[in-house]
Design a protein around this ligand. Structure first.
Ligand SMILES: [Zn+2]
Length: 156
């Protein structure tokens, strides 16, 4: 019983709705997006801390959110690269499979640098949406995996 409660408390990251993020970002002239990115870096780090034990062989999503925020101001392409790199490799190497994965990191960098301005940010937003979808899908896969494990434990 106690173990059940502990597993319930243990979350693997937050599921976020990208549409809502875009809406609030437009309302706040982009300030909200800055916060959103900080939360994502935190999500990735939390994911590393909590989920690593069940997927020890996978690419770690270890990240330092404050450092990433400093880079976001000074050299934004770096945190974008890291964000895609960590999630893509993590999902590709994890035994906990969802259906979705995000864009490969170097492709994301090309999209942001080359097509960002000429598509008025539409192409980057599509890729950002895909990133969030992949993360959400992975969190759900973790939850399902934990439930299955719990059931197995209960049935002996
Ligand atoms: Zn994971």
């Amino acid at each position: 019983m106690l173990v059940d409660i502990m597993i319930n408390i243990q979350s693997y990251g937050s599921i976020r709705k990208y549409g809502r993020v875009v809406f609030f970002s437009l309302l706040t002239f982009g300030i909200y997006y800055f916060f959103y990115l900080f939360w994502l870096f935190r999500d990735l780090d939390e994911h590393f801390k909590r989920a690593f034990e069940v997927e020890a062989e996978s690419y770690p999503t270890k990240i330092n959110p404050p450092t990433m925020i400093i880079f976001l101001i000074l050299f934004p392409i770096y945190p974008i690269y890291v964000k895609y790199q960590l999630l893509h490799e993590h999902i590709a190497t994890s035994n906990i499979r969802g259906k979705e994965n995000c864009t490969v990191a170097y492709e994301a960098v090309v999209v942001f640098l080359v097509f960002g301005i000429c598509t008025l940010g539409v192409l980057p937003i599509i890729h950002e949406h895909r990133w969030q979808k992949a993360f959400n899908d992975h969190i759900l896969a973790h939850k399902k995996h934990a439930k299955r494990k719990r059931r197995k434990k209960r049935d002996g």
